[in-house]
Design a protein around this ligand. Structure first.
Ligand code: CTP
Length: 403
């Protein structure tokens, strides 16, 4: 999560039962390298102690006592002017009302009024309070002023009722913060299309031909492109991973469906990264009913699937828009030679070659060891690194090619 590294985040916590979740948020942001300054309201202190936040952030947590101390002015000016983001999570209806009306009677609302940083509000309250026209109008006012509202989730509420008012869990909250921090990144305003996962080619209603691709590298690329400010469409076969916040997700299963989805989006895209492991063969016939043992061992005849990157190369030659197309080469032998052949035959700008015979790289593991080959003949060997780190480097190189 290098986008969070070194960022200064002022985290306001208000008096909602979800205040305990803010400790996890503060902890995860700190672990990701952010400097987190927590400001609690009096009501928040009834739910959770400043010491909890101090313990997870390694920094002093501020309360309304600090509003009247000797350092008060320095403090609120300091916190409001140095933050990259002001996040209020959870944010009660009461604090939302104060923010909408410019009221400044707590340290947090003083900071909010003085701050130039983007304001992020994650409301959490009882469903009735959230739906109330007063709260909705206050939120509209804040939205119009440029605040980013993280919508609460539907579900079980502390009141025992079900409704809209739950604070999302930490990974989702962080996903939103990444989107805001990335807004002016290397790929701001660019449309990036990414494919992920192994395709599934049905044999009968229960069986498929597929491969070991987990989709992790593709999902990491989608997150890295979002961090760089891109509008991301993720075409994926995977259902086991949570898509990054902000990505438009298109679910597909077969190579044919993936081809159709890619061709539909490609002409509007600035970048295509084909991280999916597309099946090269599919059963020629798909049985409508389950193949039964009694019928004996079936002979399965295969046929070639469409090569998506080759179809894209044809389409691209007729396109005026500057586009960058990147592929992956998963190889178990002659890595660089095979990758170089694919770079040329698929008319790519960049190919990421990985040796799937190594235990710590390629399919189904968290790490990758990639060599990048560029159309102009350059190569770049990356050391063993996490798929997220590899994704960030690939996204940077793609952005450079687009310039
Ligand atoms: N690819 C594709 N369409 C296919 C097969 C692969 O667009 N039908 C893309 C992959 O997403 C990847 C690149 O082509 O970005 C290389 O995929 P790979 O499976 O390594 O190569 P193949 O072309 O399938 O060749 P082979 O399997 O024989 O190595």
């Amino acid at each position: 999560m290098s986008i969070l590294s070194g960022k200064r985040i002022a985290l306001g916590v208000t008096g909602s039962i979800a205040a305990y979740k803010a400790a996890d948020l503060a902890s995860k942001l700190t672990q990701a390298g952010a400097q987190v300054d927590v400001i609690l309201t009096n009501a928040a202190e009834k739910f959770i102690a400043p010491l909890t936040f101090q313990s997870v952030t390694g920094r002093r947590a501020y309360t309304d006592n600090d509003l009247w101390g000797n350092e008060a002015h320095v403090l609120h000016v300091g916190l409001s002017h140095t933050a990259d983001l002001l996040v209020i999570a959870p944010c009660t209806a009461n604090t939302i009302a104060k923010l909408a009306h410019g009221q400044a009677d707590t340290l947090l609302t003083v900071i909010a009024l003085a701050s130039q940083a983007p304001l992020v509000i994650a409301p959490a309250m009882d469903g009735g309070m959230f739906d109330h026209p007063a709260t909705q109008e206050n939120l509209d006012t804040l939205r119009k002023r440029g605040a980013y509202i993280i919508e609460p989730l539907e579900g079980h509420l502390a009141s025992g009722l079900t409704g809209k008012g739950r604070l999302p869990e930490t990974p989702e909250l962080i996903g939103h913060l990444r989107l805001i921090l990335g807004r002016r990144g290397l790929l701001a305003d660019k449309k990036v299309l990414i494919t992920a996962g192994g395709t599934q080619e049905p044999l009968d209603p229960v069986r498929v031909l597929t491969n070991r691709s987990s989709g992790r590298q593709g999902y990491a690329l989608a997150q890295a492109a979002l961090d760089a400010g891109a509008q991301v469409t993720l075409i994926t076969t995977t259902t086991a991973l949570t898509p990054p916040v902000g990505a438009t997700v298109v679910n597909v299963q077969t190579a044919r469906q993936m081809l159709d989805a890619v061709l539909k989006e490609f002409s509007e895209s600035d970048v295509l990264i084909m991280a999916a492991a597309v099946a090269d063969f599919r059963p020629r016939k798909q049985s409508e009913r389950k193949i039964k043992k009694e019928d004996g061992v079936p002979q399965i005849e295969l046929e070639a699937t469409e090569d998506i990157l080759k179809a894209v190369a044809d389409l691209r030659s007729r396109m005026k828009r500057k586009q960058v197309v990147a592929g992956f080469a998963a190889e178990s032998q002659d890595l660089l030679q095979n990758a170089s052949n694919k770079l040329q035959s698929k008319k790519l700008d960049l190919i990421a070659a990985n040796d799937i015979s190594a235990a710590d790289a390629g399919f189904s593991v968290e790490t990758n060891r990639i060599t990048l080959l560029f159309a102009d003949g350059r190569t770049e060997s990356l050391s063993l690194m996490s798929k997220s780190e590899a994704a960030e480097i690939i996204v940077e190189r793609v952005a450079a090619l687009l310039e």
